[in-house]
Write a protein of this length. Structure first.
Length: 564
């Protein structure tokens, strides 16, 4: 029978212990300087190395070359206390959960009087020390306070506050912590390679997350995945099923539904969660974790790779695409709604209802918002008709208002290659781009149309970095050009403007032409466009839309601020 991983890889020296430098370094310094105390209290969460460190400390104290901070591993004491060793008569481990009374304390006190059988010290390790009763601690108090010179005590506990103050005050207290995810991920990956196994992308982060920072739990979970694997590679699908996480495909469906404002897809995904037997609370935890990842990608871009360790390139690209569909404000609001649903689910009798309410909270504001935005083109048309009555109207206000918000009918008028046509149809163009090339879509998704004239399409980018990516990426602008040609029948050139430079003049920086991508040259711009350019700010469009909504839909007369 094979031995469990957490037993086979139990550290035998302080140098092998991971994630506990706040404990290891001062302990090793005390051993080197021979300033060892008579009693220690090791506290911290389960599985973070308290009992293991107590055994290592016992090896350091009783080593033939000790006390030392690095056991020799060859003397009888080190061999007995090593992994798989028989144990030492002079190192007594006591389970305080079952030996917690006064009689047990008296027995320990009597055993402590006798000198060690072979080694330098007689060491008592009390695991789960918080389980000792107050009377038991009081019976131990005297010997812990003034023990014989050959006796050392090490208390290990997950709840140091339950150890009575008189005992705590006589010990050196070392608090252990959960191991940081990055360090634990690196350790597990190297251990998996040592075992001769590999894992698909995303598996190891799942193990780290499921362990909660406990090394022992992480090794137990990894042991389970190895045992249940049909080959030398642990599959992502099997890891998701065994660990109980939400499958990435289902999670992507929910995220896409939120970004596309698609209630049908969102509620369908919720139904899949329930029908698959997924725990609602676990699903919400996974969803909140995914939104957190998207917020990091949205805020840091490629810099998020350093934080989202263990993700493969394809997974990170998917996060980038999903993050680009949201704004940071929308992600924050979605995270808050998910956190609220997670809090409500613990006391809810109907988990499905909580998931559906979450969908409603996330989708409702976004569904309502486009109603006014749909009226913007019509508002612009009304303004143009008022200024120039001879102009031929392209669409009546009534038709614009009557169109339901979810229906993208106004885009039908975008068949004409014009500024308004490109603005109205830009959403469909990006959707078509996503179907052709997801990487190209990820580069171009945040762009907005500013102007189209003489086959020159002026695009607004969020940053200069986005401009460079659009120009230099693997064919992003060329794929977009193909999509535009399929829809409008024209081959466009591009001119880029950066958001923090708006409003600007035509002399703003222009992308120089490259052999691969045909961008408009400064000379062409000089010949084709005027020297100045007026760009309508979004707030002005909103004001026009609001005024139109008041006049045409509600039949009200807006009051201007400068009227008496």
């Amino acid at each position: 029978m094979s031995t469990a991983l957490y037993r086979r890889y139990r550290p035998e020296s302080f140098s092998e212990l991971i994630g506990q430098t706040q404990v290891v370094e001062p302990l090793m310094s005390a051993l080197r300087a021979d300033r060892v105390n008579h009693a220690y209290l090791f506290s911290g969460p389960r599985g973070c190395g308290k009992t293991t460190s107590a055994r290592i400390l016992a090896r350091c104290l009783n080593c033939a070359e000790g006390p030392t901070d690095t056991p020799c591993g060859k003397c009888p004491s080190c061999v007995d206390l090593a992994r798989g060793g028989s144990g030492s008569l002079d190192v007594v481990e006591i389970d305080a959960a079952s030996h917690n009374g006064v009689d047990d304390a008296r027995d320990l006190r009597e055993r402590a009087i006798f000198a060690p059988a072979r080694d330098r010290y007689k060491i008592f390790i009390l695991d789960e020390a918080h389980m000792v009763t107050t009377q038991g601690f009081n019976a131990l108090l005297k010997i812990v306070e003034e023990p014989p010179a050959h006796v050392k005590f090490i208390f290990a506990t997950t709840e140091p506050d339950k150890v009575i103050g008189t005992i705590r005050s006589r010990t050196h207290h070392y608090p252990f912590r959960l191991v940081p995810p990055g360090e634990l991920l690196e350790y597990l990956t190297s251990l998996l390679e040592t075992e001769g196994y590999s894992a698909e992308g995303g598996v190891m982060p799942l193990v780290v997350r499921a362990s909660g920072g406990s090394v022992r739990d992480a090794l137990s979970l990894l042991d389970q995945l190895i045992a249940g694997s049909d080959s030398k590679e642990i599959s992502y699908q099997r890891a998701v099923n065994l660990l109980g996480f939400t499958h990435d495909q289902l999670m992507s469906e929910v995220i896409d539904a939120f970004s596309e404002i698609d209630p049908a897809k969102a509620f369908s995904a919720v139904d899949k969660v329930i029908q698959s037997g997924q725990d609602a609370r676990r699903f919400l935890e996974d969803l909140l974790e995914r939104i957190r990842d998207l917020m990091l990608v949205s805020s840091l871009g490629d810099g998020a790779r350093a934080i989202l360790r263990g993700l493969g390139p394809e997974q990170f690209d998917l996060l980038t695409i999903q993050a680009n569909r949201f704004g940071l404000n929308q992600l924050t609001a979605t995270a808050e709604a998910t956190a609220r649903a997670l809090s409500d689910t613990s006391a809810a009798s109907n988990p499905r209802l909580q998931l559906e309410l979450l969908c409603a909270r996330v989708l409702a504001p976004a569904i309502e918002a486009p109603v006014i935005r749909k009226a913007q083109p019509a508002a612009a048309n009304v303004t143009s008709e008022a200024a120039a009555p001879a102009a031929k109207p392209t669409q009546t206000p009534a038709a614009s208002v009557a169109a339901p918000a979810p229906v993208q009918k106004p885009v039908a008028a975008a068949a004409e290659a014009s500024t308004s046509g490109f603005k109205n149809g830009w959403g469909e163009i990006l959707d078509a781009l996503a179907k052709k090339s997801r990487s190209a879509w990820a580069v171009a998704f945040t762009t907005k149309v500013l102007d189209y004239q003489d086959e020159v399409l002026t695009l607004l980018f969020q940053s200069q970095r986005d401009v460079d990516a659009f120009k230099n990426s693997q064919g992003a602008s060329e794929v977009l050009r193909t999509v535009i040609k399929d829809k409008y029948g024209v081959i466009v050139k591009y001119r880029a403007k950066v958001a923090d430079q708006v409003p600007t003049v035509v002399s703003a920086p222009v992308i120089e032409p490259t052999p691969e991508e045909e961008f408009v040259t400064p000379e062409e711009i000089e010949a084709q466009e005027p020297k100045t350019e007026v760009i309508v700010q979004p707030i002005q469009e909103d004001e026009q839309a609001g005024e139109f909504f008041l006049r045409e839909v509600l039949g009200a007369t807006p009051i201007k601020g400068d009227q008496d």
